[in-house]
Design a protein around this ligand. Structure first.
Ligand code: ASP
Length: 343
């Protein structure tokens, strides 16, 4: 297949890229999708064919929820055979979470799913949105010898393409808003789009298998010097919570006070799953490197390795959604599903 024959579906979900100023309050709010096309006539000049659709109620991505993830995944599922690639327009605030969630929900993916957005609305003269959309469409439609160049869920933002489940939003102001600290960019866009082909997943074999169930019985507990016993106790004792993701220090270290280590031990004995993800935004957890993580490992805390918290959360919801618990959960969590962790 050539670029000219590729068909790409744009799925608009909201975000700054499609926002206008409310005439009364002056705040940015999502507008009707039809206006987005009006603002980017360049789409009509691309070699590939482009269609567009939208989720029922486009939102600021701070309102993104499991219902919208399911809606996006269902649109992809229903139109998978009709398109060669997908571009999801999404607010940048929670784009890394949605990208990670979709990477787990869209199992056996063999076509590009590229998320993009912008820091400035498309109607603003200095918008970063146009370049982001145009290049995302180019990437989503890129096929070599009939095979998609990027058959995975990725984020394109400000000249870089990243594996979505390796990213986080690190800058609220700069056009370059995303980082992928533990995995190299899949592509860099300059005069040409240069792909790092060795780092891109091969297309999956078999039929697309969309797993919509996401279970949010999870709590994130960020440790900090001075954290009180009550707070830790409350986080580990919420009703119906199956998993606690503990954001620890450095390479996975935590305080060694006996109240803390005993509580962690007791809760794990009682069936709670506790995951160790570092607060550092690069590198990962190596339990046992320092004495301050040895007790966690002895108690059965599951290491999150070099996963970013966004991916750890999405993977947890996905595994719980599939009904995976106990030792099976620990094993699945530590395994590589779609490039989210180095094993
Ligand atoms: N608040 C916006 C959103 O995430 C910011 C953006 O689009 O970049 O929807």
């Amino acid at each position: 297949m050539t670029k000219e024959q590729s068909k790409v579906l744009i799925i608009y979900t909201g975000g700054t890229i499609g926002m206008i100023k409310d005439s009364e309050s002056g705040a940015l709010k999502p507008f009707d999708f039809a206006q987005l096309e009006k603002h980017i006539p360049e789409i009509g000049l691309l070699a590939c064919q482009v269609d567009a659709t939208s989720i029922a109620h486009p939102i600021d991505s701070s309102n993104m929820n499991i219902a919208e993830w399911k809606e996006i995944a269902t649109i992809i599922k229903d139109s998978y055979d009709d398109y060669d690639g997908f571009v999801i327009l999404h607010g940048s605030d929670t784009m890394a979470f949605t990208g990670a969630a979709l990477s787990f929900m869209l199992q056996n993916l063999a076509k590009p799913v590229i998320l993009t957005g912008s820091q400035l609305p498309i109607g603003v003269v200095r918008t970063d949105g146009k370049e982001n959309i145009i290049t995302a469409l180019e990437i989503a439609s890129d096929y070599d010898d009939g095979k998609p160049v990027v058959p995975e869920v990725a984020i394109y933002f400000e000249y870089h393409l990243y594996r979505a489940n390796r990213t986080y939003k690190f800058n609220a102001e700069h056009f370059e808003a995303f980082r992928s600290p533990n995995y190299p960019p899949l592509a860099e866009a300059g005069v040409q789009i240069k792909y790092n082909r060795d780092y891109i997943l091969p297309p999956s074999q078999g039929d697309l298998d969309v797993s919509l169930a996401m279970d949010n019985s999870v709590v994130v507990l960020t440790l900090f010097p001075g954290i009180s016993q009550h707070i830790v106790e409350a986080a580990l004792n919420f009703n119906d919570v199956q998993v606690v993701i503990m954001r620890t220090y450095g390479s996975g270290n935590a305080m060694t006070d006996s109240w803390f280590t005993e509580m962690v031990h007791e809760k794990i004995e009682g069936g709670l799953l506790i995951i160790n993800v570092t607060q550092c935004r690069a590198g990962g957890v190596t339990q046992g490197r320092y004495a301050t993580s040895t007790s966690l490992s002895k108690a059965g805390v599951i290491s999150g390795g070099d996963m970013v918290i966004e991916a750890a959360l999405a993977k947890t919801m996905h595994l719980l959604g599939k009904g995976i618990r106990g030792k099976d959960f620990a094993q699945a969590f530590r395994s590589n599903t779609c490039g989210e962790i180095t094993v």
